[in-house]
Design a protein around this ligand. Structure first.
Ligand SMILES: [Zn+2]
Length: 332
């Protein structure tokens, strides 16, 4: 499949971080506006010699100071939606950690409202449906995460459909977050969790036992057949992010990337960018990677996008509408 065709085919993306997905154009504009040097913007992109998740996460130190006002958060959401719409993503879930955007005094509710305002504007401007996921951060204090999840529950009308925990997986296993996930379930928030990004298949299993319907990354289960069986039994979808996983060394090499292993064995998976800006990628490029290295076919791409839609946190009416759109889009 040629890149142009890949770009035009309708797609669904479920794992996309707001702060990591800003375009260079918006980063430059915000840096100028905040009086920060333009050279800094280059540091918001993953270095070629990236050796670890820690190296990768350093890029966010550059971006976050630019996302501390309601206006900038709204612009950021519109910017990510514009990028997604330009490659015919018809359904997108954007995730962000509200607590990271409070350095200039915004409340959690104000952060969420500002991002949601960008989503509403983006949906009005482009042919796309967008929902939001609220991330707790694993290393934050329990009281902070409690407040974040409360704010998520209070924002159900603000496009917030689910929650996630991001951050340091190695030092903070999923069990510590059970109390917040129980709270989320009580408030009808759906759960996806970053797990199995850093060589710990047990975290994937525990996350599912705590109520996760989807797993972010999950590549650590590639050598753990029992964990894979559990995912299949539970009908949990793995949100794969190939470029990001290779950059952070979650997977050592392209040959080790478990796409074929997962997909061909009936594990539910979807393809995602994780961080468009930091990783310098887009969803078309992620599919191109699979075509080039794993001989992905158009029929398989359709299947990946339909199962992403089925396991998305969109409401049933949106799922029905977009399933038809996707099926039609792949008929040509
Ligand atoms: Zn992620």
């Amino acid at each position: 499949m040629e890149r142009e065709i890949l770009q035009q085919l309708p797609k669904v993306e479920l794992h996309c971080h707001l702060d990591g997905s800003l375009s260079q154009k918006l980063l430059q504009k915000l840096a100028q506006q905040e009086g920060l040097p333009q050279a800094l913007v280059k540091e918001a992109v993953v270095p070629e010699n990236c050796e670890s998740l820690a190296d990768y996460l350093r890029c966010f130190d550059v971006v976050l100071p630019l996302l501390q006002t309601a206006e900038n958060l709204t612009l950021a959401a519109i910017d990510v939606i514009e990028q997604a719409a330009s490659e015919n993503i018809c359904y997108l879930e954007i995730r962000f950690a509200p607590e990271l955007h409070r350095e200039k005094g915004l409340s959690l509710a104000e952060v969420i409202t500002a991002v949601a305002a960008g989503v509403k504007q983006g949906e009005a401007l482009f042919d796309i449906h967008v929902n939001l996921l609220i991330c707790g951060m694993r290393h934050h204090e329990a009281a902070v995460n409690q407040a974040v999840f409360q704010a998520a529950a209070d924002s159900a009308k603000e496009k917030v459909v689910g929650v996630d925990f991001a951050g340091d997986e190695a030092n903070y296993p999923p069990a510590e977050f059970g109390i917040f996930l129980a709270f989320a379930k009580q408030h009808n928030l759906q759960i996806t969790l970053h797990a199995g990004e850093c060589g710990c298949p047990r975290n994937v299993v525990e996350s599912i036992q705590l109520g996760a319907k989807r797993i972010g990354h999950g590549v650590a289960i590639k050598d753990d057949l029992a964990a894979q069986n559990f995912c299949r039994e539970q009908q949990v979808l793995i949100e794969l992010c190939p470029t990001s996983n290779l950059q952070t060394k979650a997977v050592a090499s392209i040959a080790d990337y478990p796409f074929r292993q997962f997909f061909d064995s009936g594990l539910l998976c979807s393809i995602n960018t994780d961080n468009r800006g930091v990783s310098q990628t887009n969803l078309t490029q992620e599919y191109q990677f699979l075509v080039e290295h794993f001989a992905l076919t158009q029929a398989e791409m359709q299947q990946l996008n339909l199962q992403a839609l089925t396991h998305s946190f969109a409401d049933e009416a949106v799922k029905k509408e977009l399933a038809e759109k996707i099926t039609q889009g792949y008929q040509v």
